[in-house]
Design a protein around this ligand. Sequence first.
Ligand code: SIN
Length: 491
Amino acid sequence: MAFSFDRQDLIKSQNFIAGRWQDAVSGQVFPVLDPADMTEITRVPDSGAADAQSAVEAARAALPAWRATPAKARAAIIKRWNALILENKEELGKLVSYEQGKPLAEGIGEIVYAASYVEWFGDEAARITGEVIESPVAGRKMFAVREPVGVVAVITPWNFPAAMIARKIAPALAAGCTVVGKPAEDTPLTSLALAKLAAEAGVPEGVLNLVCASREQTPEVVDVWLDSPQVRKVSFTGSTPVGKHLARRSADTLKKLSLELGGNAPFVVFDDADLDAAVDGLMAAKFRNGGQTCVCPNRVYVQSGVFDEFAAKLTERVAALKVGPATEEGVMIGPMINERAVDKILNHINDAVVHGAKVLTGGRRVREELGPNYIAPTVLANVSNQAVLCCEETFGPVAPLFSFETEAQVIAAANDTPFGLAGYFYSENVSRIWRVADALETGIVGINEGAVASEAAPFGGVKESGYGREGSIHGLEDFMQIKYLCQGNLK
Ligand code: SIN
């Protein structure tokens, strides 16, 4: 085992349904692999329709009592869960790094990040309110109250195995919903450990249910939830094609949806920017989690007057990033999640080169003696807007630099994409700052800032990056519905 764990009991390899750890009804399993060397960590259930259905039944049975639990009592349980997550942050961080590959400091950082959402929604649970509406008619009292949407299905990606599920489950529980969830097939272990801690914190049986499934079996599990009239909401983070499929399939039962989908973030450096701050911002935004982040810049536009200086500063920093397994001292870029991901990144680089790009650093696999999943962080210059990485998310440690002349030109280029999750720009000109912030067609804008995510902020996209928000009061609102009460005949 690449990591040693003090709390072996946190490493679970079964589904968690109705408060019990269970194998798949079929008895089938699939392996969870360490991306550092593709060795097997453990096997987890390869679930099917029967498992998905029993999760729904457990969540449905638990719903009346959980939604009737006073918000303050729900909040206390969620805050205990937060405390347990933080108490076990090293163990959980190791698990994140083990199954996902990110360097250990980032693994532990992700746990703290995940816990920040749990704490936030624990606090928000007790603040749910409604409205008293002034009646236009005599003899009536009118109210709008918020109630939980009901059973929700959460489907999460592999890039942040703790944070993505925490920021869906915590607001769901805060709102009084019960949950059925499917963690990503590559990284189910962190979610299962979080479920164990949730149970220790006092989350009642059936309120949180997790079902594992391989890539092949996932449609069978998810289809049960999509078809179920009991499941009233789906919250999904992942690709835009899958998000569109979920939206289509949810139409028959008109479920509420939160879809946090693909991005293609522009990062713009104007010639009036603080260049060192812009390089710092790009390093933080682009190379966090090895570039496997929906909000990470996919296209870097640098104004021609500062292009060479910016490219030189950036290349020096990127070339110094150490690549290796999460366990190795000083590593900043871990393995990519699998070989397929590295092949896609290399295809993007090669295609950019065919279209005239110059490789300033990186551009190839490294440390192949360890396994096929390591890639040198890469900077490309003179990238053409015909290159495929201009329109497709690369999801890897590649910074392609495009040169531009005018503000109008770069805004048109930045918005020339169906996606609209995050956008970033650096400028010291206050009028330009407001102009560009208004003009960018994205749900999130980093202005002279590369690290934008926060539990207190609404995270989500526009256009084909989806809808719904995670974090902030809006992230709780998405798990509630409004009921209007009208009491008449008052004497
Ligand atoms: C994501 O990649 O979808 C989430 C990134 C974040 O929370 O910053």
